[in-house]
Design a protein around this ligand. Structure first.
Ligand SMILES: *[C@@H]1O[C@H](CO)[C@@H](O)[C@H](O)[C@H]1NC(C)=O
Ligand SMILES: *[C@@H]1O[C@H](CO)[C@@H](O)[C@H](O)[C@H]1NC(C)=O
Length: 167
């Protein structure tokens, strides 16, 4: 006959084993999740485009940013930080990156959205390199998990161009 202590102990062992298996399965399932985010950005209008007194070009634009990042959300996702950057090359730098907009997505319900907005941060170039400039709009994200490592990725949207003339 087993003593009470022995039974309690084996019950505890069983519970701990089940818990360990569940944790392993959960973290495995999180690794199995391959997100398939999508994003689309339209430049709805160029509001103004000028050379500033300091010689730097600056542009103000209205954007329609839409994205579906719901597949990034798992049981282990705390939140997702996103930012939209204009990326272009100049004679001095092969990659110039200007952040235009950012946001924090707190939950899966908020991860499918579109937003009609002017650039939240200034789109300026040090110099007067922006006329007729081709650029990409890249949606970057950082997934902050509840446990484990943060990871980041991006979607590059190509084929944008600024006007040839200031306006
Ligand atoms: C923004 O884009 C979304 C998705 O492409 C579309 O449903 C929505 O009507 C657009 N909004 C504006 C103001 O263009
Ligand atoms: C836009 O992205 C594409 C693909 O990564 C790259 O080949 C191209 O050079 C980029 N264009 C600009 C203007 O940065």
């Amino acid at each position: 006959m087993h003593s009470f202590g022995y039974r309690a102990n084996s019950l505890l062992t069983f519970a701990v084993t089940i818990l360990a298996v569940m944790c392993a399965m959960a973290s495995f399932s999180d690794n199995l999740n391959t997100p398939s985010p999508s994003s689309q950005v339209e430049v709805l209008s160029i509001n103004w485009f000028q050379r500033q007194p300091n010689g730097n070009d600056e542009v103000s634009m209205t954007l329609n940013i839409s994205a579906n990042l719901q597949s990034m959300f798992t049981w282990n996702t705390k939140q997702v930080f996103v930012f939209l950057a204009a990326e272009y090359a100049t004679p001095k730098n092969s990659l110039n990156q200007v952040s235009l907009w950012d946001g924090i997505i707190p939950s899966k319900e908020h991860a499918k959205f579109w937003i009609h907005t002017t650039n939240k941060y200034r789109f300026t170039d040090q110099g007067s390199n922006l006329r007729g400039k081709e650029f990409n709009l890249t949606l970057h994200w950082h997934v902050m998990p509840k446990t484990g490592k943060m990871f980041a990725d991006k979607i590059i949207m190509t084929g944008f161009r600024l006007p040839e003339e200031y306006r």
